[in-house]
Design a protein around this ligand. Structure first.
Ligand SMILES: [Cu+2]
Length: 341
């Protein structure tokens, strides 16, 4: 079967089934302790853990049971940033959490074809935080909505969470090269060549815009304490349930880029295809629903059909940057001869 990830704004209602089941799945993962491989906090720590910041924000206390050092070294602080591994690593990360959530949902009597919704904040009218995330109230209880996070401050740091359309763009889709130039030049669509890179500084085109920008605009910061919103810092971002809908959109845009046009291709070199482990670096390893380890490589992450899922919309954006640039280019080059004709 093929799972279909759908636009959260087009599910039909604030608490349409896919989002309600998402909340229930999140709640089940949140009920587990930090040292359990399928817990919400364990998964957030896979992206990144800053113990001091987690403590300050109330997500870690001295009584939290810690996994062994070996488990921490295998799984935690793994997210790939400033790297050509940004897209494939995060695709695996989404697949892993989605599999665990789906297993929880099925256990709770939910749909076996559940898939993670995504948030396409580029669509006008859909750039505000989906309402199921915006208030503590939810159908299953009074005020313990698992999708609601108080540490989300928005672009003006006033708690009004939206993505200002003037501050984000999809221009990276027009970059024909996946691999960027580290010495200046284009950062490429997918990022610069690195080894295992947990915190690289040169971000690829799609990683900068919209990825980084949306993180910062949604998370904002607390003007009182000065602490970042969860989404604003990679070491807390995945604690926020909206993280996964944002990354769903980034993941979708990778496929949009590959399809439009078909000449957009992923790196063909083995250092990318086989991942950092072939060069002696850490492998990409994530927990499966049964708690066992799943190790994957970028080459296994390239094609949605192989991975058994798709998106409800893989069309290029209406005002596709590449088309617009091409038109401008043609107009500029063709103008003099057109006038002379
Ligand atoms: Cu992110």
């Amino acid at each position: 079967m093929t799972y279909t990830r759908r636009n959260v704004w087009l599910l039909g209602a604030t608490w349409a089934d896919p989002i309600l089941w998402y909340a229930r799945g999140v709640k089940a993962m949140q009920a587990r302790a930090l040292n359990q491989l399928t817990s919400w906090k364990f998964f957030a720590a896979i992206h990144g853990l800053d113990s001091g910041l987690w403590q300050q924000l109330g997500y870690l206390s001295a009584s939290d049971p810690m996994p062994s050092k070996t488990v921490q070294a295998t799984y935690w602080n793994q997210c790939q940033h400033g790297s050509w591994y940004f897209l494939p690593w995060h695709r695996g990360y989404l697949l892993a959490v989605e599999a665990i959530l789906r297993a929880e949902i099925v256990k709770l009597g939910g749909p076996a074809d559940w898939a993670l919704p995504y948030w396409n904040y580029f669509k006008s009218g859909e750039n505000t935080l989906p309402p199921a995330f915006a208030s503590a109230a939810w159908p299953d209880g009074k005020d313990d909505n698992p999708l609601y996070i108080p540490q989300r401050y928005g672009p003006n740091n006033d708690g009004n969470v939206f993505v200002p359309l003037s501050q984000v763009n999809e221009r990276a889709l027009g970059d024909a090269r996946f691999i960027g130039q580290s010495g200046g030049g284009s950062p490429g669509f997918g990022g610069v060549q690195t080894k295992f890179s947990h915190a690289g500084t040169i971000h690829g085109g799609i990683e900068t815009q919209p990825h980084d920008w949306v993180h910062g605009l949604v998370g904002g910061s607390d003007t009182g304490s000065g602490l970042p919103g969860l989404m604003s810092d990679p070491d807390t971002a995945a604690l926020d349930p909206v993280f996964w809908l944002h990354h769903g959109n980034i993941d979708r845009l990778w496929t949009v880029w590959r399809l439009n046009p078909a000449s957009h291709i992923d790196p063909g070199v083995s250092a990318w295809l086989k991942g950092p482990a072939t060069g002696g670096g850490r492998a990409f390893t994530l927990p499966k629903p049964d708690g066992s380890a799943w190790t994957y490589t970028p080459s296994q992450m390239e094609t949605l059909a192989t991975l058994g899922y798709t998106y409800d919309d893989l069309a290029p954006p209406a005002a596709a940057p590449i088309t617009r640039l091409q038109q401008l280019g043609f107009a500029a080059a063709g103008a003099p001869s057109a006038t002379g004709r």
